[in-house]
Design a protein around this ligand. Structure first.
Ligand code: 3PG
Length: 306
């Protein structure tokens, strides 16, 4: 079978080599489409492939229509909001993710961003320490739990909320259940967001929640830009000169936020949470293995469009 590795933001060369080895050991061939200029390149590249490995690359209905032989897409990563699941299902294409494989990289970045903001973006202005502060984790999944553990080791008090987890599971994971989203935002000096972008979560973090945060608080977003109501964020930052926003996924209104709020806002130039050598290898190999297992045994573990 022909497996396309389509990554607009490429994996490290060592990860690509490992992916190739897994694919070829499974009796398949790997074709690469890296740093491509636009969707039309992706549409052209899928014409004769049976499988795809992607990152945040957009697998739209147009891509699926063009991929006549396609049987499986594996998103090497956690969030699969970049895949049109309904269209994939309609085409009989299996979609999977590789949960947990890049979580540590994202969790480390969330901690780094907190310290970066606490120290005024590494300018000489007197900053603050994160030790002794309270961190609220919104969604206690693979990334959220790791952020909590690391924050606790750094001396933070950790609270969490997750609509899909009972309080016992949050306690087992080492955090104090916040009880409600409102309680999380109103009692935490830092809130780290780890929710996926779904119809329910898009635009769900806005003025009402952000304005509840305590004095000097920072909102940390290593999830998806879409979950933030940008107008609400701007209003809260406008009214509250003490609040800060740091993100790995630049908002559409970044230029305005930077101009209005200066060092109180920071966005990484390009989404980099999962961009570590280790995460590239882990997620890439997992994706390649899942494709091989699907073709060899029909294994559908991690399928997200069942
Ligand atoms: C994920 O959902 O796994 C992360 O957001 C990583 O995305 P990326 O592979 O595009 O860096």
């Amino acid at each position: 079978m022909k497996v396309l590795l389509a990554t607009q933001k490429p994996f490290a060369a060592a990860a690509v080599a490992e992916i190739r080895k897994v694919v070829e050991d499974g009796g398949h061939s790997l074709v690469l489409l890296e740093k491509y200029a636009g969707q039309s390149d992706l549409v052209a590249a899928v014409a004769d492939v049976e499988a795809m490995i992607i990152r945040s690359d957009k697998v739209t209905a147009e891509v699926l229509d063009a991929a006549k032989n396609l049987r499986i897409v594996v998103r090497a990563g956690a969030g699969y909001d970049n895949v049109d699941l309904a269209a994939a299902t309609a085409h009989g294409v299996v979609v999977m993710n590789t949960p947990g494989q890049n979580s540590n990289a994202v969790a480390e970045l969330a901690i780094a961003l907190m310290i970066f903001m606490a120290r005024n973006q590494f300018t000489p202005a007197t900053g603050t320490e994160i030790q002794g502060k309270t961190l609220g984790i919104q969604a206690f999944g693979n990334v959220g739990r790791l952020v909590g553990k690391k924050a606790e080791a750094l001396g933070m008090k950790v609270m969490a909320i997750d609509p899909f987890l009972p309080d016992e599971k949050i306690i087992e994971g080492g955090a104090e259940p916040a009880g409600s989203l409102e309680a999380l935002y109103s009692s935490c000096d830092y809130v780290s967001v780890h929710i996926p972008a779904t119809p329910e979560t898009i635009g769900s973090i806005g003025y009402d929640l952000i304005a509840k945060m305590p004095k000097g608080a920072t909102l940390v977003n290593t999830a998806r830009k879409e979950v933030i109501d940008e107008a609400g964020l701007e209003k809260a930052l406008e009214e509250r000169q003490d609040l800060k926003y740091v993100t790995d996924v630049a908002p559409d209104n970044l230029a305005v936020l930077k101009e209005k709020f200066g060092l109180r806002v920071f966005a990484t130039p390009k989404k980099m949470g999962a961009q570590s050598a280790e995460a590239n290898v882990n997620a890439g190999i997992a994706a390649a293995r899942q494709i091989c297992a699907y073709f060899a045994e029909g294994c559908t573990r991690f399928q997200v469009n069942k």
